[in-house]
Design a protein around this ligand. Structure first.
Ligand code: SF4
Length: 403
């Protein structure tokens, strides 16, 4: 094995559901509106793909599963059941596995959410984004603020005791007062977890077009930074622990699945465009859902073209569009960069255990320079971004990555 990626004995599973009711104005994710007729064959392909992974993962535990999208809550419950049943048959899910599911307000009702709970889904992530209807309209969301609140309360009544809300800040024309209202209202709901993301204007989106044509002003980066800093204080005062640059949680309610990413542990992504880091390789499936469905069928029949430079566990997978072997240097650098996203930072002892070297013996020059700039600090056995550097993380991250 090239690097210590499989040494943990566990794997996290991500299942991508690329269907959406309509496209939001800012979205460049791998998601599609109007493709619902593909859902049954897409789920069939997911089940087939799981079967292809059964052997390489059979000695590994799966402690987290995340169904993300897209809008997983567009799947009929019967299709979610097919996925959950197959996950249990194909992987060794631990008894206390975290099973997360992304849902959008406006797509869920009480019977649906109760159905998810009966399938043992135990964490719900709601894409609320804002609690102002005008901002939701700018974002092209399908729901209103009232529907977002209703979805949250319905989730609680359906038995979800672990709920995340996503919010976006730095919207065109968004005022600080409007942002403070959304955060305060979200806190008042008392979710277990909050993810706050800065809006980025992605190329070739309707939002980028509106900004380019002057119909909307570009996001104000200074104001967005002030919004982030205000939210940090408000969430701390409300008892939320800031544990990753964009994520806050009540005690013991951090997202275990995402934590596995930030600890650079192995994960398998299933579905169109899903990325994986497994067995010393980083790889990704084809993005287009139709192509994914047909290529998974070929992989299962053994018809896929064999690529000579791939390891046996990837060689017959025609739906894998890209794969690269992770060098030791790259794995160490990514472990540092991902670990620095955590507010606690990167545990120096953990780095030594994993790579057999002191972090400082590998990155001494970078660490000392960034410490002198006030961007990094060492404390409590960890290397971390200073509080002032959380908005400047990229400045620090790029020093560690190989050219
Ligand atoms: S719901 Fe999410 S994935 Fe779907 S279009 Fe909107 S932002 Fe994109």
């Amino acid at each position: 094995m090239p690097v210590g990626i499989m040494s943990e004995g566990s794997v996290s599973l991500y299942v991508h559901i690329p269907f959406c009711q309509s496209k939001c104005s800012y979205c460049d994710f791998n998601s599609y509106a109007g493709l619902e007729s593909l859902i049954p064959s897409y789920v069939g392909a997911l089940l087939t793909e799981m079967g292809l992974w059964q052997e390489p993962t059979q000695r590994m535990n799966a402690a987290t599963v995340f169904l993300g999208g897209g809008t997983p809550s567009l799947l009929p419950l019967a299709e979610v059941e097919r996925i959950m049943t197959a996950l249990r048959q194909r992987f060794r899910l631990t008894v206390d596995a975290e099973l997360s599911f992304e849902a959008n307000p406006g797509t869920v009702d009480r019977p649906y959410l109760q159905g998810l709970r009966s399938l043992d889904v135990n964490r719900l992530s709601l894409g609320v984004q804002s609690l102002h209807d005008d901002e939701l309209a700018t974002l092209g969301r399908i729901h209103t603020a009232a529907e977002a609140r209703e979805a949250y309360h319905t989730a609680r009544h359906a038995g979800f005791d672990n709920v995340n809300l996503d919010l976006i800040y730095g919207l065109p024309r968004q005022t600080m007062t409007a942002w403070q209202y959304s955060v305060r209202e979200a806190i008042a709901l008392r979710p277990d977890h909050l993810s706050l993301y800065a809006l980025t204007v992605e190329e070739a989106t309707p939002l980028a077009d509106a900004v380019a044509r002057g119909r909307l002003p570009p996001p104000d980066a200074d104001l967005a930074a002030d919004m982030y800093l205000w939210a940090e204080d408000a969430l701390a005062a409300a008892g939320y622990r800031h544990y990753e640059i964009s994520n806050w949680a009540l005690p013991d309610r951090h997202c275990r699945h995402n934590l596995a990413y930030w600890l650079n542990q192995p994960y398998l992504g299933l579905g169109a465009g899903a990325h994986s880091c497994f067995g010393g390789f980083r790889f990704a499936n084809v993005k287009d859902p139709h192509r994914y469905v047909s290529l998974v069928k070929e992989s299962a029949k053994g018809d896929a073209r064999l690529a000579e430079d791939l390891p046996p566990f990837l060689a017959g997978l025609g739906h894998v569009a890209f794969a690269e072997q992770m060098s030791l240097a790259r794995t160490m650098a990514e472990t540092v960069v991902l670990g620095l996203r955590l507010v606690e930072g990167l545990r120096l002892e953990e780095f030594r255990r994993r790579f057999g070297q002191e972090l400082i013996s590998v990155y001494g020059a970078q660490v000392e320079e960034l410490e002198s700039l006030g961007l990094l600090e060492r404390a409590d056995g960890c290397l971390r971004l200073t509080a002032n550097a959380r908005l400047l993380g990229n400045e620090a991250f790029q020093r560690f990555l190989p050219d």
